[in-house]
Each structure stands twice: as structure tokens, then as C-alpha cells.
Design a protein around this ligand. Structure first.
Ligand code: HEM
Length: 398
């Protein structure tokens, strides 16, 4: 273990339900103590970044900060590709996947998306009140992401329970997580095997079955690893940003009007919401050689969490970081680290932004007088992602 004498040892884990309700207060406290990198002895011991510069350095140097041993802490009982690979293996897989995630690729799902959101809105408008996260956000996203992958929509309920458990309960109940991990993999292996025998379809699973890298077909492990990551990586994160965006826009009608009229650029606003929400608060890397990060000596084999949440709310990099500010001087589109950075920067980001824009526009078009219910108390589900659990609203019934 690296020498920790000169560095803060501040107990921390992103699975800590209390601390992660208000993580920015915690990062501020550690950062204010002068620690760009601090140590926690929880979960077997790891380092974590508390400012923008240290987090960016971890993402930009995959040779020193490797993803090959996984990016979660505690470890996921599942292989996830390409996130668990370093370049050049990751680059080869990424080249194969890139065209599938281009902004235009999402357009063919637009009619299905619009149909389902209309159906869900039809169901809630007579009530005059609704819970947006459960009744609109998650079901609409699942309805696009499941067919995008090729998995039957009807299986979503079974899969989503396991995914949610694996995302949130790995500290409290590793045994059940191990079991769910096996069941989830088995489901996807069987699904891939069935699809190999079926007539071709137009979805990601088909692309993976047909794909070749350097003249070689993908193995079943690779196919299942990619499919698992899309299920894990796409839905919760996008739901988190949707929840925070809707909450903010309901409470700021003037900015909402500017956004919907085009006075504020939608993609820029979404980048700001991703920064603000930072649904993936942190990701693990494994140190490959003795090194130093912002003055902190790290040893080969140490774990370091690159804390996107701390970087995105670092006042040394973003003025008034805990406020949504569409006018903030975003130095480049990827300046924030909500989608990560470096080789693994989120491949699904165009997909996520297209979904979010469609969803936000549809909801406000139909329910322009949304109000947050007066007894609303924000509560975040935590673990591998940080997501607003509920968003109760009222509106004029029609
Ligand atoms: C607002 C929503 C989203 C956020 C905040 C988000 C966040 C992230 C982050 C932080 C990473 C970097 C991982 C790392 O460095 O180890 C990542 C990678 C990834 N994301 Fe997303 N994501 C979102 C939406 C999506 C969607 C909708 C999909 C798929 C449909 C997706 C699929 C992926 C995949 C496959 C990777 C791995 C890329 C690689 O390893 O090269 N994400 N995402």
C-alpha cells in the first residue's frame, strides 16, 4: 500500500447511502483540506480524486491507470466490454461499435419512442398527478434501449430488478449479487445463442453476431459483455439526467421557455445537466506502476477512483459548480467529466442526448403546467450510479 502519511484518510464509499445524498459537501470538505487525492480504507482500501485536474489525469493516462481489472468497486461479478479493456483491445472494439451509436442511428427509434411516450402520457393526464421517474422516464427509456439491443421488452421487468440490485447492493449483499450476475449472464448467453439460429434482425445483437475484428468473429463472452454493459450503462444514467433536468426545468419556467423555444441551445443545456447530475460519480482504475498523482505517491496494484462528481463540482474549474448555468463558459463540449474522459468516454452520449431531448420536449409539450408536489423530498438511489428515485408532480388533469 502507498504511504498515506501526508494525505487525508477520509472514509468514503459511493455505496454509502447517507454520504451520497449530499456528496458535493463531502468532496468540498476533503478538497478544502488541500487533498486532490485522498484515501479511504473502506472496500479493501482505495484512493480517490477530489478535484478536476487529478480526475482528468487518471482518465487521460490509461497506461498508468488501467481499466483491465474492471472499473467498479466492489468488483462487478460480470465482464463488461469494452469498458474492462485498455487500448489497443478497447480501441478495436470501440471502432466496431462507434457507427452504431452515431446521433443519426437513434432516429429510427423515434417513432417507437414517440408512440410509447404518448401512450404513457395518455395514461397519466386524467389523474392530475404522477411520479415522473417511474411512470414516464424509466419505461420510455427501457422501451428504446431494449429494442436497440434486441432484448424482448417483456423481459425488462426481470432484467431491471437484477440490474438494479447489482448496481446498488454489492456491499450489503454480495451473495445475491453473485447469483444475479450468473442469472443475467446466462440469460444473455442463451439469448445470443437463440439469435445465432434465428433470421437476422435490425438491432445491436445482430451487429455483434455478424461483426468481425481483424477477420475474427466476436466470442460469446465479448457479445455478452457488450450487451451487459449497454443494459447497465444506458438506462440508469439517462434516467438520472432526465430526473434532474425535469426537476430543474419545472422549477425554472423562464429558462424552460428559452430552452424549448431554441433561445438556449438544447445540446449545450444537456451537457450542463450531465455535469450537474454526474450520475456516474466515480469509476475505478488500477495503478499499473509506481507513480505520483497531484503529489500523491501511488503504488502498482493500488485502486484509484476517478471521481467525476468531484471533478464536475470542483469550484477551481467550474464557477458556482452546484448551480445549473447554461451560460457557463464550457471550454469544449467534453470539458466536464460526466461522460468520463479519455479512451473510454461514453460511446452512448449522442444516444442519451437524443433520448433526453425527445423526452423533455414531449413531456413539457403535453404537460406545460407541471409543478413539483409540495411534499417532495429528494432521495437518491446510490451505488454505481446516483439517481433521483422519484419526482412527484401535479398538473391540470385533462
Ligand atoms: C446521460 C447518460 C450517460 C452517462 C452519464 C454515461 C456515462 C458514462 C461514463 C462516465 C463512461 C466512461 C466509463 C469509463 O471511463 O470507464 C461511459 C462509457 C460507456 N457508456 Fe455511457 N453514459 C450514459 C449513457 C449511455 C447510453 C445511453 C449508452 C448505451 C445505449 C451508454 C453506453 C456506454 C458504453 C458502451 C460505454 C463504454 C465505452 C468504452 O469503454 O469505450 N452510455 N458512460
Amino acid at each position: 500500500m502507498a504511504d498515506v502519511k501526508d494525505y487525508a484518510v477520509e472514509e468514503f464509499s459511493q455505496h454509502d447511502r447517507t454520504l451520497m445524498q449530499r456528496p458535493y459537501d463531502f468532496y468540498d470538505k476533503v478538497r478544502a483540506g488541500g487533498c486532490p487525492v485522498a484515501r479511504s480504507e473502506q472496500l479493501g482500501g482505495f484512493w480517490y480524486t477530489t478535484n478536476y485536474a487529478a480526475t482528468r489525469r487518471v482518465y487521460d493516462d490509461f497506461r498508468t491507470f488501467s481499466s483491465a481489472d474492471g472499473t467498479a468497486l466492489p468488483k462487478q461479478p460480470l465482464a463488461l466490454y469494452p469498458i474492462d479493456l485498455d487500448p489497443p483491445q478497447q480501441t478495436r472494439m470501440r471502432k466496431l461499435l462507434n457507427p452504431i451509436f452515431l446521433p443519426d442511428a437513434i432516429q429510427k427509434y423515434r417513432p417507437r419512442f414517440e408512440a410509447i411516450i404518448t401512450e404513457l402520457l395518455d395514461a397519466i393526464v386524467p389523474a392530475g398527478e404522477a411520479e415522473l421517474q417511474e411512470q414516464l422516464v424509466r419505461p420510455t427509456l427501457a422501451t428504446v434501449i431494449m429494442p436497440f439491443l434486441g432484448v424482448p421488452r417483456a423481459d425488462w421487468e426481470i432484467l431491471s430488478h437484477k440490474i438494479d440490485f447489482l448496481t446498488r447492493m454489492r456491499v450489503e449483499d454480495p451473495e445475491t449479487c453473485g447469483q444475479y450476475g450468473l442469472e443475467l449472464s446466462q440469460y444473455l448467453y442463451e439469448f445470443a445463442a437463440r439469435r445465432r439460429q434465428s433470421p437476422p434482425e435490425d438491432d445491436l445483437m445482430q451487429t455483434l453476431i455478424d461483426a468481425e475484428i481483424g477477420g475474427e468473429k466476436l466470442t460469446d463472452d465479448e457479445i455478452v459483455g457488450i450487451a451487459t454493459l449497454v443494459l447497465f450503462g444506458g438506462l440508469d444514467t439517462t434516467s438520472a439526467v432526465a430526473g434532474m433536468s425535469l426537476w430543474y426545468l419545472i422549477e425554472h419556467p423562464e429558462e424552460r421557455a428559452k430552452l424549448l423555444s431554441g433561445e438556449i441551445d438544447f445540446p449545450t443545456a444537456l451537457q450542463e445537466f450531465v455535469r450537474y447530475a454526474s450520475p456516474i460519480q466515480g469509476l475505478r482504475r488500477t495503478v499499473t506502476r509506481d507513480t505520483e498523482l497531484e503529489g500523491c505517491p501511488l503504488k502498482a496494484g493500488d485502486y484509484i477512483m476517478a471521481m467525476n462528481g468531484a471533478a464536475n463540482h470542483d469550484p477551481g474549474h467550474f464557477a458556482d459548480p452546484n448551480e445549473v448555468r447554461f451560460d457557463r463558459a464550457v471550454r469544449s463540449e467534453h470539458d466536464h467529466l460526466g461522460f468520463g474522459g479519455g479512451a473510454h468516454i461514453c460511446i452512448g452520449q449522442h444516444f442519451a442526448k437524443a433520448l433526453l431531448e425527445m423526452m423533455i420536449r414531449s413531456i413539457f409539450e403535453r404537460l406545460p403546467d407541471l409543478k413539483i408536489r409540495s411534499d417532495f423530498q429528494p432521495d437518491f438511489a446510490v451505488g454505481e450510479s446516483r439517481v433521483l428515485k422519484t419526482l412527484p408532480v401535479t398538473f391540470r388533469a385533462s
